[in-house]
Ligand binder design. Sequence first.
Ligand code: NDP
Ligand code: OXD
Length: 308
Amino acid sequence: MPLNITLCYPGVDPAPWLEGLHSCLPGADIRVWQPGDPVADYGVTWAPPQQFVDEQAEVKAVFNMGAGVDKLLQLRLPAHWKVVRLDDAGMAVQMAEYVCHALTRHFRGFVRYEQQARECLWQQCPPQVRADYPVGIMGMGVLGQRVAQAVQSFGFPVRGWSRMPRPVAGVQTFAGRAGLGAFLAATRMLVCLLPLTPDTRGLLDRSVLSQLQAGAYLVNVARGALLVEQDLLDLLGTGQIAGATLDVFQHEPLAPDHAFWRHPRIQVTPHISAQTLEHDSLEQIAGKIRALERGERIAGIVDLACGY
Ligand code: NDP
Ligand code: OXD
């Protein structure tokens, strides 16, 4: 019997994904999910409707076409569901590029030099000392650790914060709410790579951002709902936060009249810091389906109770 795979990717042309899955899993019966379809062996999905979950409750595993599972976990999921998220799949290097770009752009003053060039102004700023510029990464998982490695390679001190103690070579690590204050206190650039869970929603608020070094810089590449947007605007006003690079927002797409677009010290990008790569993702999913069929353990299984 061929394996049955159902693909549910609302709002996206499924043709290339179907074709990609067919070439990674030749012989499997792969179809775009339709309401009323029989239960498949495996589901592959991003932001499905509740009906998909209800009807496919007995699949062997559901593959989420992204690293973050917050959208899926908003639905009522069967407690026994095995949800598997993307585990790097080509996203970690993109995240490292994005964060290092934001870091060097701010640290080296390129924004100012771009403005000066528009004014034909030749004026050098004194160099900053990178040893005095600790970069703090919230979320030391698959993506956070790759970002830490890239930032370290430029010689910045790196601090990492996770839920459980997680030693990482060359990184000063902190864990849990008890470690948060000490993590924030010396951080000059804060990079958020946390999953959105009930514990982390709204975490980046006035109280947390005020514990950073004065004039700190924020990079949020995780989820918009981690940040209290008005608190950031207020702290940019006081100078506690010098600027921010934001890739994710409370409401996406960001509304044309949102204050972030026109703020001179906010850089906005449209949720592209690490894009889902079709080939890498489908190869990973196909490899995990084959492993599960052989009865092997796989990485990337979501802990539904923790929310990531
Ligand atoms: P992982 O699950 O590998 O890592 C999550 C990290 O966050 C872990 O270190 C975990 O701690 C930590 N964490 C979770 N909850 C808490 C908490 N309450 N307090 C402190 N630390 C916590 O995820 P990834 O690195 O793969 O991805 C991270 C997030 O990045 C995704 O959830 C997604 O939202 C976002 N993302 C954004 C993209 C974009 O384009 N903007 C693209 C891809 C992902 P511990 O190590 O103790 O478990
Ligand atoms: C993800 C994303 O979670 O693209 O993978 O945001």
